[in-house]
Design a protein around this ligand. Structure first.
Ligand code: SF4
Ligand code: SF4
Length: 357
């Protein structure tokens, strides 16, 4: 023992300190701290234990079901395995209930109600597949199908088939707008509708940067991109809905090109767009060249290498080349959202030369 009286023998593992007789008690061994449950209550305030949510009894399509109070009708339907169509709804965004394709009939309600945002109430009687519901969903899909290019929106195309919608009954599509024509429309200034054709939102694709394109001929105005750019994820507010009625459109401030806007190119708007209106430039170019082939793509999950946050990336690879990057909606780190580096900064992988040695 050394003369300072503080010397201690090492335990066989060389970790815990063992005091000699007469010496003050040693500090608690590290292994005890790490392995034993805490003897004292934590000084960090703990949230109170959450009580189990009460159950609410409702009927869906005549069958009684119990669902947690506070659930939406959509959640209750999905828990029962009822496939309810949605276009503007996404798990990682606040429901805005604008597309109206999820509407259901609730006994006692004058109008059909959006399942995505209406919460269940005790005794509620819900019909998800009545004639009224099917007619309404068919109308929504006919109006969308007649005015919007749904060629890269497989879910929407599926609903058209499922509800036997006939978008062609409104006639052939009206002419494609000239570049910037729809952007110049002012709220309240109405234009004579086409009488011999179905009014559309067809317009040239906006290609003004190297990362992603905006093809608003495919926009169903679901608001998802606006939400992802705003409070639900990015808080950049680079885009919003401009105009009113049929002139309503997604726009940057004063319709400036993206490089002149507040956009920071996180691509979260692309990640939530259900129709392909917002698309990686890489995908847009491959589609144009006829080389885009999802069936030939693999998806590999990895962690973004750029910083310490640990965002989960899904690398979509075709012909040994990363073609797009997404993030899973159920990732507790990203909830599907990324920044510009994770979303678009993958070129360096391709630019590496052959491995040396
Ligand atoms: S890329 Fe990001 S910042 Fe730019 S418009 Fe989309 S969500 Fe907004
Ligand atoms: S661009 Fe896409 S996400 Fe944005 S409103 Fe249109 S369809 Fe929805």
């Amino acid at each position: 023992m050394s003369g300072d009286g503080l010397s201690m023998d090492r335990d066989p593992a060389g970790v815990a300190n063992v005091p000699h007789a007469g010496e003050p008690p040693a500090a608690q061994p590290l292994t005890d701290i790490l392995l034993r449950p805490a003897a004292r209550p934590s000084r960090i305030p703990q949230p109170p234990a959450r009580p189990e949510p009460a159950l609410v009894e409702i009927t869906i399509d005549g069958s009684p079901v119990s669902v947690p109070a506070g659930s939406t009708i959509l959640e209750a339907c999905r828990a029962e395995g009822i496939d309810t169509p949605t276009l503007c709804y996404l798990e990682n965004l606040t429901p805005v209930n604008v597309c109206r394709v999820c509407v259901v009939e609730v006994t006692g309600s004058r109008v059909l109600v959006p399942a995505c945002s209406r919460r269940v109430e005790a005794g509620m009687e819900v019909q998800t597949d009545s004639d009224r519901v099917r007619l309404s969903r068919r109308m929504v899909m006919e109006l969308l199908g007649s005015s919007v290019d749904l060629s890269t929106a497989p879910a929407a195309a599926g609903y058209i088939e499922r509800y036997e919608a006939d978008p062609e009954r409104y006639g052939p599509p009206a002419r494609t707008a000239a570049p910037g024509e729809r952007d110049a429309h002012e709220a309240g200034h109405h234009h004579p509708p086409a009488t011999d054709a179905a009014e559309t939102v067809l317009q040239p694709v906006k290609v003004d940067n190297e990362l992603y394109i905006r093809d608003y001929s495919k926009c169903i105005l679901c608001y998802k991109c606006v939400e992802a750019c705003g409070e639900d994820a990015q808080n950049t507010f680079a885009i919003a809905v401009a105009g009113r009625g049929f002139d309503a459109r997604i726009s940057t401030e004063s319709a400036v090109p993206l490089p002149d806007s507040a956009c920071v190119y996180c691509g979260n708007c692309i990640g939530v767009c259900p129709t392909g209106a917002l698309m990686f430039k890489s995908e847009f170019e491959m589609r144009g060249a006829g080389t885009w082939d999802e069936s030939a793509q693999t998806v590999t999950e990895t962690i973004c290498p750029y910083c310490g946050v640990g965002c989960v990336l899904e690398l979509h690879v075709q012909d040994n080349t990363i073609v797009t990057v997404t993030s899973p909606l159920d990732s507790s780190v990203t909830e599907g959202h990324l920044c510009v580096k994770g979303r678009f900064g993958f070129q360096f992988v391709q630019n590496r030369g052959p491995r040396q040695g």
